[in-house]
Design a protein around this ligand. Structure first.
Ligand SMILES: *Cc1c(COP(=O)(O)O)cnc(C)c1O
Length: 380
């Protein structure tokens, strides 16, 4: 299936458990599957608490509320990410402070974080990008040194590990998305994980309108309705049963893609660093900008050949809505982000891809490059 970038695989117990919701009548957020999914997922990742929510953006919002971010606080995050990270911070009157990425994995450049820490900094959002973990040890060390909280946005790394620890179990709190193109899905859905009871309680309260425990319909905080339905959670329980299998399949496809793509001049792929077990959420390439080929050009050529792709993120520092908050970071500070956003794309990435389909994609990328680029690789 090359005409779609990513297709969910729902042929385990999804139908059976979903039918159980319908037959039992438990279709909203009450019902047994929400807690079951929370318990199973937090056990799998390795945290004490879990709060299932309606999507990954909501998970970030609940996590930011969980660690008590207040107006004027600063939160460090990569510029190269989804806007959900910035929204979650701006929502509470706090300020996102952006850092460039490093070019090998497209993750936040940890060597640039400390220079952005001020007396107002309260937290760091580490976004594990495209299936590859961030270098968490220096991030946690900086957090300890400056008394900061770390949120791991793990929406793209279900099952990935950093030094043998699951992504999502390293920071003070982590968030996941279960959107249809993520490694496991509930259609729409998300989760907040933490081993800190205060953070868990706050996130849980925020998810359901901050009702006070002692008296329903009495409030001392503004919450939100971010509840996950029992039906979504039922699908999540069934998907989680397949996670390890999906990860192994994605790694097999991923390394086959990498090996084949590495033979093409001017095409860079994500590199698995020694500390990481990556999960290839998407099969990503960055085209060398000296080739004169942009991601847009490559995507339209591939589309003409029936091959679906998606572009990379656009840096937060380049977003008009972010700039309208008066957040204008210094120019030239985001060269890796800017290059990745113009030169990067991802190729068909379904967990069901077979080798002959991958061969077709790689052959197509190769011939587009050959037709349009004067080779650079072997020049000094
Ligand atoms: C998908 C994603 C989100 C948002 O998740 P939704 O469920 O779509 O709201 C947040 N962060 C990252 C890194 C993502 O990839």
């Amino acid at each position: 299936m090359l005409s779609q970038v990513s297709q969910p695989l729902l042929n385990g117990r999804e139908k059976e458990l979903l039918l159980d919701c319908i037959e039992s009548g438990w279709i909203s957020s009450d019902g047994p599957y929400v807690e079951k999914f929370e318990n199973n997922f937090s056990n799998f990742i390795g945290t004490k608490y879990a709060v299932a929510v309606s999507n990954g953006t909501a998970a970030l919002e609940a996590a930011v509320f969980g660690i008590e971010i207040n107006p004027g606080d600063e939160v460090i995050m990569p510029s190269f990410t989804i806007i959900s990270c910035a929204i979650a911070v701006l929502k509470f009157g706090a300020i996102p402070v952006f850092v460039d990425i490093e070019p090998l994995t497209w993750n936040i450049d940890v060597t640039q974080i400390e220079s952005r820490i001020t007396s107002k900094t309260k937290a760091i959002i580490a976004v594990h990008m495209y299936g590859h973990p961030c270098d968490m040890e220096p991030i946690m060390n900086l957090a300890a040194k400056h008394k900061l909280r770390v949120i791991e946005d793990s929406s793209q790394v279900h099952g990935a590990t950093y030094k043998s620890i699951n992504c999502g179990a390293i920071g003070h709190v982590s968030t996941f998305s279960f959107y249809a193109n993520k490694i496991i899905t509930t259609g729409e859905g998300g989760m907040v994980l933490t081993s800190d009871q205060t953070i868990a309680d706050r996130a849980k309260s925020y998810r359901n309108l901050c009702f006070r425990g002692e008296r329903r319909f009495f409030h001392t905080d503004l919450g939100n309705n971010l509840r996950m339905t029992n039906m979504q959670a039922a699908i999540g329980v069934a998907q989680l049963e397949r996670l390890s299998e999906f990860v192994e399949a994605k790694r097999e496809i991923g390394f086959y893609y990498l090996e084949s793509l590495s033979k093409i001049d001017c095409i860079k792929t994500q590199v698995e660093l020694p500390f990481a077990k990556m999960v290839f959420w998407m099969y990503c390439i960055e085209i060398d900008n000296r080739s004169g080929i942009s991601a847009d050009f490559m995507m339209s050529e591939l589309k003409n050949n029936g091959i679906a792709t998606r572009p990379f993120f656009i840096g937060m520092h380049e977003q008009p809505i972010i700039q309208s908050y008066g957040i204008n970071p210094k120019p030239n500070a985001f060269q890796n982000t800017e290059r990745a956003s113009r030169q990067g794309l991802y190729l068909p990435s379904s967990v069901t891809l077979n080798k002959s389909e991958i061969d077709i994609v790689v052959e197509c990328v190769s011939s587009i490059m050959k037709k349009n680029v004067r080779c650079l690789k072997h020049k000094p």
